[in-house]
Design a protein around this ligand. Structure first.
Ligand SMILES: Cc1ncc(COP(=O)(O)O)c(C=O)c1O
Length: 377
């Protein structure tokens, strides 16, 4: 079976793990964590980066920093992972679900604008498949209403919008280093901050609500409980693993782009009418995080996944929209998210991982073309 994903091991991990062990300290916010945060700062262009245990906890931190509370409305995409909404719902906020666009699963200023009310305090966007949303338009809209923007960039490390890296585009951006992402350390994440006034509180929230980071820097003679927070920082072991991946980031991203382009160019002009390939806006550079084919309808989507499975290829669909999920229905209003439902019904993700061989990828391409042609005959 060709798996859907295989975590990549660069071969440098052992060295960095040994360095972490030799440093004599394995808890978080040590030398390895600081090196990783510096590297992430360079990639993202953010003024500060805090390494977290996951993208979900980076979003939890963003939600605390946003100051949302009971009854505040937070606009979130319907087509996203539950963590995007959970972080804010846990603070008592009401999620208001924004639809995807017709051309891409991402939300846009147009699909968000009509949802803004006097109670909207945050707009959260997800950069699906590592393709950034139109952040110029979304930030302009948010600025007009004085609303904070948070980016869920779980899939978008290394992507750019108008030549600016994701992480530098709005105040708070969350990344994932889950093993399914382009760079991974099993479970991991980061919060990028592009507003220096948020940093001192962020560091306290990150360190379990204490001023331990300032104490470690010798800026205080003791540390104590000063705010809410939790154990948001990973150990030096996870940081060491991620350091190895970051060291190879350029070649990992290049390989990913090569594989993504091979799929795209092979399918272009050969899939039957009704199937579509990802649409990438011109001012966007994406990190090739996900490759998908869009099917004409749900029945064909299911047929394609089953046909690939019979051929020994694991392909999956993505996401179940939040607005119609068991949890999301608690807040369901009369507004629908038809495009999110369409993407959920029609999108098929194909295997994409560093060690996917050219031969295996060619086999997948041939089987996809065959199954798509059969499905319309
Ligand atoms: C858009 C999005 N946000 C958040 C997450 C959660 O990431 P993590 O597993 O690092 O918490 C995911 C997981 O795939 C995701 O797709």
């Amino acid at each position: 079976m060709i798996p859907f994903n295989k975590p990549y091991v660069t071969g440098l991990e052992q060295d960095y793990l040994e360095q972490a062990v030799r440093s004599g300290r394995l808890s978080g916010n040590g030398i390895m964590t600081r090196s990783v945060c510096n590297r992430l700062q360079n990639i993202t262009g953010a003024s500060n980066v805090l390494l977290t245990t996951s993208c979900s906890t980076a979003l939890d931190m963003a939600a605390i920093l946003s100051g949302v509370g009971h009854g505040d409305e937070v606009i979130v995409p319907s087509f996203t992972f539950p963590s995007t909404a959970n972080a804010f719902v846990q603070r008592g906020a009401v999620p208001v679900f924004a639809d995807s666009t017709d051309l891409h699963p991402n939300v846009s200023a147009d699909t968000i604008a009509h949802l803004i009310t006097e109670r909207t305090s945050v707009i959260v966007v997800t950069h699906y498949a590592g393709v950034p949303c139109n952040m110029d338009a979304i930030n302009r809209l948010a600025g007009q209403h004085n609303i904070l923007v948070v980016e869920d960039a779980a899939m978008a490390l290394g992507s750019t919008f108008n030549n600016k890296p994701v992480g530098s585009l709005s105040p708070l951006t969350a990344f994932s280093f889950h093993e399914t992402k382009v760079l991974g350390c099993g479970e991991g994440g980061a919060l990028a901050l592009q507003r220096s006034d948020l940093m001192s509180r962020a560091e306290i929230i990150w360190e379990k609500g204490t001023n331990r980071a300032a104490f470690q820097r010798g800026q205080s003679d003791h540390y104590e409980w000063v705010d809410i927070g939790s154990s948001f920082l990973p150990s030096e072991i996870q940081a060491a693993w991620l350091m190895a991946q970051l060291k190879e980031a350029e070649s990992i991203l290049n390989k990913r782009a090569e594989q993504w382009n091979r799929y795209y160019l092979s399918f272009q002009h050969v899939l039957p009418d009704g199937f579509a390939l990802p649409v990438i806006p011109e001012n966007v550079h994406h990190n090739g995080s996900i490759f998908y084919v869009q099917c004409p309808d749900r029945q064909v989507r299911n047929y394609l996944i089953s046909a690939l499975q019979r051929a020994g290829i694991m392909a999956v669909f993505h996401y179940l929209p939040l607005h119609s999920s068991k949890m999301g229905q608690k807040w369901r209003s009369d507004k629908t998210c038809n495009q999110a439902e369409k993407w959920s019904d029609t999108l098929v993700r194909l295997p994409l991982y560093h060690t996917l061989s050219v031969q295996d990828q060619q086999f997948i391409i041939d089987q996809v073309v065959l199954a798509c042609r059969h499905s319309v005959n």
